[in-house]
Design a protein around this ligand. Structure first.
Ligand SMILES: [Fe+2]
Length: 233
């Protein structure tokens, strides 16, 4: 599942004594366990705020990882992608429920507050050792490929690749998930909208890669998924 982040010792373990190797292995296991616990704890928090979308979230995280692998991301980036995919909206715990659950469109002031959630997520995760990079990836998950997103207005390759991948899977999840005031879109329509915004909102390479395999699997995933309720944006 989630892998530890301690790199292999320089020069290989053959230079180490057996007790030293054992100690390093124990430390790696402890770090990995701690990392997994943090991810699970934050996921519980998302559940408490009803901010997870059940099977969609899990499957989208898996699809996001497959995109990352197809695009040749290194192991460290894939680990950050896993965290960012699962916890990208953790900052929404700082958004009032009156906004998260508003049955209708947000007004300008509410929308401005909602748009703070990437910064809130970054502010929390960056304080955890080993999660600093994933925090940055979360900070930028609402940037647009054409530079019209937020919070920084980054464009194209200025946007971290992990953020560009999460942007696609997150937007797809938002489109297909039901809201208090509307039903989720059929996945065929969500695919059409993803393709339509490829090159403006989304990185076209990521969209193409995502749809190359996810499109074929959606009918089975959506047949198994019930209606879920989550907040807009
Ligand atoms: Fe978000």
């Amino acid at each position: 599942m989630f892998k530890g982040q301690i790199p292999a010792p320089i020069g290989g373990s053959s230079l180490l004594s057996a007790p030293e190797s054992l100690r390093i292995k124990q430390l790696e296991e402890q770090t990995s366990a701690l990392r997994n616990s943090v991810i699970c704890a934050f996921n519980q928090l998302l559940d408490l705020k009803d901010l997870n979308t059940g099977v969609h979230s899990t499957r989208l995280a898996e699809w996001g990882m497959r995109v990352g692998q197809e695009l040749g991301l290194e192991e460290a980036a894939l680990q950050n992608l896993e965290v960012a995919a699962l916890l990208h909206d953790i900052g929404k715990v700082g958004i009032p429920d009156s906004i998260l659950r508003k049955p209708g469109r947000l007004d300008a002031e509410e929308y401005a507050l909602m748009k703070k959630h990437p910064e809130y997520g970054w502010a929390v995760l960056r304080m955890l050792p080993g999660f600093e990079r994933a925090a940055l990836d979360i900070l930028h998950h609402h940037e647009f490929f054409d530079g019209k997103g937020y919070p920084a207005g980054l464009k194209a390759s200025e946007i971290p690749i992990v953020s560009r991948i999460v942007s696609v899977t997150d937007a797809f999840d938002a489109m297909v998930s039901s809201r208090p005031y509307r039903k989720g879109l059929p996945y065929e329509e969500a695919i059409r909208r993803l393709s339509e915004s490829s090159g403006t909102q989304f990185d076209p390479v990521v969209v193409k890669c995502f749809l190359s395999f996810a499109g074929d699997e959606m009918s089975t995933v959506f047949a198994a998924a019930g209606t879920s309720v989550t907040s807009a944006l």
